[in-house]
Structures are given as structure tokens and as C-alpha cells.
Design a protein around this ligand. Sequence first.
Ligand code: HEM
Length: 140
Amino acid sequence: MNLRQIALVRSSFALVQPIASEAATLFYDNLFRADPTLRQLFKGDMTHQGQRLMGMIGSALQLLDRPAALLPVLRSLGARHAGYQVRPQHYDTVGAALLLTLEQGLGSAFTAETRAAWTELYGVIARTMIEGAQEPALSS
Ligand code: HEM
């Protein structure tokens, strides 16, 4: 990701922050509509889960310019996700639900360039998490 893309994801995420809980609800609605079988993977309270998801995306955005700190966090998050029965193909479904949620939440502020920056960011996060799931011994 280049600096402009990092600035775009940070400024658009800041616009979502005030409506974080609505965005999280919208995200899970989009996700479970796309693949209802994913619902059974989530055991906890969905409000809390939504807060964790938004919190983790926020932390990743803060650490974007310090990849040495970010990558191990994402690898171990990915290894834990393998334990939640999350499989590599689920990452595409989650990525599509995330982009749809941003589009719904941001409206015209979600420009083509902002979408491209989020697609890039999610790709990096998903690839690193999947890598961590394949090497659990290295990421624990
Ligand atoms: C950007 C990618 C993702 C991020 C940032 C993320 C973030 C998180 C966080 C912070 C937790 C809390 C538990 C922990 O830290 O280990 C969690 C749990 C979980 N995530 Fe994710 N996740 C991502 C992708 C996915 C995908 C692709 C799935 C597949 C459906 C998924 C399903 C789950 C499940 C099932 C749990 C456990 C929920 C429970 O306790 O019931 N996540 N996720």
C-alpha cells in the first residue's frame, strides 16, 4: 500500500467511527446474507463481536506504517481464526461484506479510489492471517 492509500483508508474509517455499532450490525447482516452457514461459527454476543472487529481494524490502521509490529499480530490472529473453524475461502466472503458495508455507510464518500485502497488493505490483512493459520507454531 502506498501513503495515499493509507491516508484514504484512515480518513474513511474515521467517518465510520461515529456509526461503528450500526456499521458492525450492517456488516454481519451482509455477511450472513451472503453465506448463512457462517452464522454457526460465531458463538459469542454479536454486539461484542462487532466491537472487536471494528477495534481490530482500527488497530491495524494505526500500525500500517509499522509493518514489523503489525504482521505478527495478524499472523497470530489468523492462527486463532483457524481454531474458530474459519477457512481461507471465508476471507473472500468477509472481504465482500466489508466493502459492501463501507459503501452503504459512506455513500458518495466511498469513491473508486477509496474502494481500491480498502481492497488492497483487506487483501494484505487476509493474506497475512491465512499465512498465520498455516504456520500456527510460528505465530503463537
Ligand atoms: C480483517 C479480517 C478479520 C479481522 C480483523 C477479525 C477480527 C477478529 C477478532 C479481533 C476476533 C476476536 C477473537 C480473537 O482476537 O482471536 C475475531 C473472532 C472471530 N472471527 Fe474474525 N476477523 C477477521 C476475519 C474473519 C473471517 C474471514 C471470519 C470468517 C467467517 C471470521 C470469523 C470469526 C469468528 C467465528 C470469531 C470467533 C467468534 C466467537 O468467539 O464466537 N473472522 N475476529
